[in-house]
Write a protein that binds this ligand. Sequence first.
Ligand code: ADP
Length: 437
Amino acid sequence: MSQKLFYNSKESSMIEKCSFAATEISKLEVMNPSTVATAVSNLGSLKVSRLLITDQSGKIIYDNEAPKENQEKYALFPEIVQALGWNNVFSWNYNNGTMQSRAATPIVSYGILIGCVYMMEYDTQQGALVQSLQVNTLYITFVLEIAVIIFSLIFSHTYSGRLKRISSSMRTIREGDYSHTVDMGGNDELTLLGEEFNDLVVRLQTSEQKRRNFVSDASHELKTPLASIKLLSDSILQNDMDIATIREFVGDIGNEAERLNRMSQKLLSLSRIESQEDSDCEIIYMGPTVERVMRMLSRIANRNCITIVADLKDDCPILVLEDDLYQIVFNLVENGIKYNVPGGKLFITLRRDEDNAIMEVRDTGVGIPEDALEHVFERFFRVDKARSRKSGGSGLGLSIVRNMVERNQGEIQVTSVVGKGSIFTLKFPAFDTEESV
Ligand code: ADP
């Protein structure tokens, strides 16, 4: 039986006993020590440790513990005080291995309160049960506390160990070892942190690899014209040359210097694109920019006997950085001239395809082999190094084009047939559609 159930039944049995005694006493005509004592003895065995009968002021009329001594004294126990306020009262407490249960009820005769019955019982069996419960609870609490402490120690040790692992990996990466990854184990937030960290490391590796490739490509490209300049100037200094040869050599030095200049300009332009320095986009038509580029390159086109045919009628506005657009068109048209054949043609067409503005630059030149098509937009890539160098190429033009196109939300594609020519198709979102306005 649970503690609560036990006390519910205890309460009702004690209140019942009190009420029974109170009813019997209320039948007395006169309530004095001897009549009450007789009435109590007629009640039979109530099996209580203490029985008190008081009058309506709390004065003891009967006390089974000390019938004579306590008479005329006042028993103002809390239960008695409450019972004299017309209440049935029950209370219990545990003390030193013993349960004490107390109950009190008013004695009412003809609707008038004339006293109260108070009973108290000692229960050592229940007391022992409560005591063993207390000991057990204490024991369980102690074991639980120890378990919690041990668990916390193990948990914090493992947790801090994993945190140390990730912070030592960070140190390793900071010292430049980008191949280092971390295995956090488990399946919690720290595991996610470890995965994010490894992701970051992979990105660092890629960008570090790109940086190294760029530095090595760039220094390789810069080395060639510098070596030519050194060779030419040494030749002038060491050999006895006539003035005409010296002029020719100095002219070559000038060309190489010019090539270096162009290359450094393009490298600067590439790094500017990557650092996203510019951002003032404008709504412009492509036609005027194409015309400006054609004017700029007409002399070279004439020199190479290339005819430029432009159809710019179907033009529409786009949102771009004007300088970027100029550079993109310039590089594509310049390539169309450079990699053309004498007497060749270059067609520049503007057209509109649904929500896009399309520019096509088609030449009748040497074309690009199929396996090279996917590389033409890479830095320093050249199909024919000698031809590119002779025409002042650096292998950076198309890489600049692609970066600029992408940062202006455009797309570029190339198709080509060797010996027939190439088509570069540029696509930008038109800026006069309903969504864009
Ligand atoms: P480059 O400064 O060498 O012209 P680009 O990046 O502009 O560098 O072009 C890369 C390479 O792609 C060129 O070297 C050339 O081999 C090839 N290429 C680019 N445009 C054309 C074209 N219109 N026709 C044929 N080949 C081209």
